[in-house]
Design a binder for this molecule. Structure first.
Ligand code: AMP
Ligand code: MG
Length: 428
C-alpha cells in the first residue's frame, strides 16, 4: 500500500524539516552539554609564561653541573617565588631562588631542581618539604645534589597551546574538560547551539495526575513523564503539560499557547482511528493555526500511527506519537531524539547500534512487512527479550536497556541468530 511509510522515510521527512537552532552566547555552565558554534582560538599562549612544574629551586645549569650527594653545589638563595608572584629576583651565578609549582621562572634561571634533590635550604641538613621550610630564605644557602639540564622541570610558555591556535572547533560537545579549557583561555561566555525546548502534551480523558486518587476507568499519565524525561536525557529543556482531555478545541488552545516556548512539540495519544482521536481531530483542520500535520501509518511495531508537521506562524515541528506507553517511547527514540539532536547541532544523531546474538527459549515471531522493536537486555554480545511484544508493558520497558530490531522481511528469529540492537543507555 502506498500510504504506508517505512521507519526510514518518516525519519528522513522529519530530519529534512528540522534545522539546528540559532546559536546563542551563553555563560560557560549554561553552555555545558551544548554543541560549540564557533572555533575558539587562544588569545594568549598557555601557559602564558615559563613556570616551574615542581616545588624546588630555580638555578643556572652551570652552577649545578657535576654536583652529587658527596659534592653538592652550594648556592645562595636570593628569593622565594610563590605561584602568582609578580616581582621576580634575578638569579645570578652561584645563586638560586626557591620556587613553587606554577610560579614564574625568574630571569637568569635555566632549570628547576626539585626540592628532593637538595637539602631543602637548611644548609646541609636532610631535605625537608617546602611547606615545612622557613619562609625567609634570603641569604641562606641551598645544597643541590644532582645536576639539571636546561629546561628541566620547566613548563614553557605556549607548551600547552600556542597563542592564536584553535583550541576547540565548532561542533565540539562541551563536556567538563572543554568547559575547563574555555575558562583556562579566559572565556566567560561562548557561542553554542542552545538546548532545544520541548513541550510534551499527553492526551486522554482517562489520564490522571500521579499523586492523586484514580477514579473509575482512569490510569495515570505516564507518557507525559517518560517523554519529558527522555527529552531531558536527550539534552533538551523539556516542559510537561498536564494531560489534556479528549476535546479537540481544548487541545488546540493548549497547543497554540505552548507554541511560544517550544522548539519542538510532542503529543501522545489520539492518533489512531478510534472515536476519540483528539490529536488528529485538533490538527487535521487548522485554518486558524498555520502549517499542517500529516497523519501516517508506519511499517513499524510498536508505533504504527504517527503524525508530523510544522505548526503556528513560526512553523514549530510537532510530533504526534501514539498513546500506548511503549509505542510512544520507541517512537521518541526513533524520531524525536534524532530530531532534537539535529536541532542541538550534533553530527551524530542516533544511538549506537551493535550486533548481538539472540538468547531466548523459543523463536521470536514478528509481523511481516513491519520493523519490530522488542525490548531487550544486552550483555556481552548477546541480547535477551524483556517482556512480550505488547505495547502496554511499561514494567518490562523499565527493565530493558536496548531495543532488538527485527527487520521488515523477517517473521521468525531462531535463538542464536545475530540481530541489530539499539543501545538505549548510551548517551550519544
Ligand atoms: P490512544 O492512542 O490515545 O488511543 O491510547 C492508546 C493507549 O495508550 C490507551 O490504552 C491509553 O489509555 C494509553 N495511553 C494514552 N496516553 C497515555 C499516557 N499519557 N499515559 C499512559 N497511557 C496512555
Ligand atoms: Mg487516547
Amino acid at each position: 500500500m502506498t500510504d504506508i511509510w517505512s521507519v526510514d522515510e518518516h525519519l528522513d521527512d522529519i530530519l529534512r524539516a528540522v534545522r539546528p537552532l540559532d546559536h546563542l552566547e551563553l555563560q560557560l555552565f549554561d553552555a555545558q552539554g551544548c554543541v560549540l558554534a564557533e572555533d575558539v582560538s587562544v588569545p594568549v599562549a598557555m601557559p602564558p609564561f615559563d613556570n616551574s612544574s615542581m616545588d624546588g629551586y630555580a638555578v643556572r645549569t652551570a652552577d649545578v653541573e657535576g654536583s652529587s650527594e658527596e659534592f653538592p653545589a652550594a648556592l645562595t638563595v636570593v628569593g622565594d617565588i610563590a605561584a602568582g608572584s609578580g616581582s621576580l629576583p634575578a638569579v645570578g651565578p652561584g645563586e638560586a631562588a626557591r620556587i613553587m609549582t606554577g610560579a614564574p621562572l625568574p630571569p637568569g634561571a635555566e632549570a628547576v631542581v626539585p626540592v628532593e634533590w637538595t637539602d631543602g635550604g637548611t644548609g646541609g641538613g636532610p631535605a625537608e618539604s617546602m611547606t615545612a621550610h622557613s619562609t625567609a630564605p634570603g641569604g641562606t644557602e641551598v645544597r643541590v645534589h644532582r645536576p639539571a639540564v636546561a629546561g628541566a622541570h620547566i613548563r614553557t610558555r605556549g607548551s600547552d597551546i600556542p597563542a592564536g591556535t584553535v583550541a576547540l572547533t565548532a561542533g565540539t560537545l562541551l563536556g567538563a574538560p572543554q568547559i575547563g579549557l574555555l575558562a583556562a583561555v579566559g572565556r566567560a561566555t561562548v557561542l553554542v547551539r542552545p538546548r532545544p525546548r520541548v513541550v510534551v502534551v499527553s492526551t486522554g480523558s482517562e489520564l490522571a495526575e500521579p499523586g492523586t486518587k484514580l477514579g473509575p476507568g482512569q490510569i495515570y499519565d505516564s507518557n507525559g513523564y517518560t517523554l519529558t524525561a527522555a527529552a531531558r536525557e536527550a539534552g533538551a529543556v523539556a516542559f510537561r503539560v498536564s494531560a489534556v482531555a479528549d476535546d479537540a478545541a481544548t487541545l488546540r488552545a493548549i497547543l497554540e499557547d505552548q507554541l511560544i516556548r517550544a522548539d519542538l512539540l510532542i503529543t501522545s495519544g489520539g492518533v489512531s482511528v478510534g472515536a476519540y482521536d483528539v490529536v488528529k481531530e485538533a490538527l487535521s483542520d487548522i485554518d486558524d493555526l498555520p502549517g499542517g500535520v500529516e497523519f501516517r501509518r508506519l511499517a513499524m511495531q510498536p508505533g504504527k500511527p504517527q503524525g508530523f508537521g510544522l505548526i503556528g506562524p513560526d512553523r514549530i515541528p510537532l510530533l504526534a506519537l501514539p498513546g500506548n506507553p511503549v509505542s510512544s517511547y520507541v517512537s521518541f527514540e526513533m524520531f524525536a531524539r534524532p530530531a532534537l539532536r539535529a536541532m542541538a547541532g550534533h553530527a551524530e544523531l542516533h544511538r549506537p547500534r551493535v550486533r548481538a546474538r539472540l538468547v531466548a527459549d523459543t523463536p521470536l515471531t514478528s509481523p511481516p512487512g513491519k520493523r519490530q522493536f522488542l525490548r531487550g537486555s544486552h550483555r556481552n554480545g548477546t541480547v535477551r527479550p524483556v517482556g512480550g511484544a505488547s505495547s502496554h508493558l511499561i514494567a518490562a520497558l523499565a527493565q530493558a536497556d536496548s531495543l532488538i530490531v527485527v527487520p521488515e522481511e523477517v517473521t521468525e528469529v531462531e535463538p542464536g541468530t545475530e540481530l541489530e540492537v539499539v543501545l538505549l543507555h548510551h548517551a550519544r
